[in-house]
Design a binder for this molecule. Structure first.
Ligand code: ZN
Ligand code: ZN
Length: 424
């Protein structure tokens, strides 16, 4: 899914250098900078579709076990979680979430570590997310002290609705989590910056499949049958227009058909046809009421034609609604990348199943800049999606400082967590 803002955000000229961190973190990154890139490229070369991420799961688990950690696989065998450091007084840790799956599309990046699997590619940056959370976890495991630990969550199936986050929640993994964070690659943001927003940052997204049927017949005698293609035409144009008059325009509701199929011959009325599309909205209240409205409008649009209608409506996920304090934590932690590293971002119309975690615990998703600063600005889900690999180190620094407040450098000091004296 897309969590990227609809409009390109303004990159800044600062925040390029890896910021001041604790010395142990600099030491860890010096030793493992090449590993981060190697992990990311291994996952990128070997992409796996949703709920088939067995190889990626095994790869991450092996790296964690090699560090003496004890990863736990999810019941279906793809996806895993791993605790690092001590729990708090309530038995909980901070959750850091990555997603493992790739998309069913061909890669056209020309990179020498491009996908080796035809028809499957990491064009949403989930390979970057996995390497960053793995790196942050292993770095935190090497920290000299960690007052409250983290739970790394590598979930399957983010790209399908309603999303693998529900598998993670059903497995009880959130019961050990007090607050949860995630980063998503944003190719509109310059590497070294992090897009932050309190409140909704993505939109609710549903899928509607409409199946039409009728007797079929000769195009010379439409009065003896039902004009199925004509009915599809009404459906395609009327439903989005009518929906726009039934919901609050401020709700950022957008209904777009992505697939229409019917008929083959110019002179034959087909018996069957389908239209498939997405329904997206930025408001939780609108999302709650939109399915019955869509069903009503589809039936109303087609009714005069006499064509039979069947609707498969797939509820997706609500908007990712960043909790305000968590967004503030993200903004402060981004300060470790530079004084201007945290940039404001907009709510997108993309969907992200990270939303399901935020239904249960507070947290926030940030946008990790991956645009190199020159050259074309691509988008996620494009065959030539590109991520500047410097973002790996920035992502690790950000998550480490987010998860370990006592280790923050002085400019990030939280009144509740006095900064320790600097070591250099
Ligand atoms: Zn995606
Ligand atoms: Zn994604």
């Amino acid at each position: 899914m897309s969590s990227v803002a609809d409009s390109a955000s303004r990159p800044t000229d600062t925040a390029r250098a890896a910021g001041a961190g604790e010395r142990w973190l600099d030491d860890w990154l010096t030793a493992h900078r090449e590993d981060l890139i190697a992990w990311r490229r291994h996952i990128h070369r070997n992409p796996e579709l949703s709920r088939q991420e067995f190889g990626t799961t095994a790869f991450v688990a092996e790296k964690l076990r090699a560090a003496g950690l004890d990863p736990q696989l999810l019941p279906a065998g793809t996806g895993l979680y791993c605790d690092i450091g001590p729990a708090d007084a309530d038995g909980k840790r901070m959750g850091l979430r990555a997603d493992l799956d790739a998309l069913p599309m061909n890669e056209e990046s020309g990179l020498d570590f491009a996908s080796t699997v035809p028809g499957v590619a990491h064009t949403c940056g989930h390979d970057v997310h996995t390497a960053v959370v793995l790196g942050a976890g292993l770095a935190l495991a090497a920290a000299p002290r960690l007052e409250t630990g983290v739970r790394l969550i590598f979930q399957p199936a983010e790209e399908v609705m309603p999303g693998g986050a529900l598998d993670v929640i059903a497995a009880g993994v959130l019961s050990g989590v007090s607050r949860i964070f995630a980063l998503h690659c944003d190719p509109h943001l310059q590497v070294g910056t992090v897009g932050v927003k309190a409140g909704p940052i993505t939109s609710a997204a549903d899928i509607i499949d409409v199946h039409l049927s009728g007797p079929g017949g000769h195009t010379s005698r439409p009065q003896l049958t039902t004009d199925l293609v004509g009915a599809l035409g009404r459906l395609i144009t009327d439903v989005p227009a009518l929906l726009a008059r039934r919901v609050d325009p401020r709700s950022r509701t957008v209904m777009v058909w992505g697939s229409v199929e019917a008929g083959r011959a110019a002179n034959a009325i087909p018996k069957r046809g389908t239209a498939r599309g997405t329904v997206r909205t930025g408001e939780y209240d609108t999302w709650a009421e939109i399915e019955p409205i869509m069903r009503e409008l589809v039936h109303a649009a087609v009714a005069p034609t006499g064509v039979q209608v069947r609707i498969d409506y797939h509820r997706g996920m609500p908007p990712v609604d960043n909790e305000e304090y968590s967004a503030t934590m993200l903004r402060r932690a981004a300060g470790v990348l530079g004084p201007d590293a945290a940039v404001d971002t907009l709510q997108s119309s993309g969907g992200e199943d990270f939303a399901w975690y935020l239904e249960k615990v507070p947290g926030a998703m940030g946008r990790l800049g991956v645009w190199p600063g020159s050259g074309p600005v691509c988008d996620i889900h494009q065959p030539d999606f590109y991520a500047d690999e410097r973002a790996l180190e920035y992502g690790v620094r950000l998550l480490v400082h987010l998860a370990a407040p006592p280790l923050r450098s002085p400019n990030l000091a939280d009144p509740r967590n006095p900064a320790p004296p600097r070591e250099r």
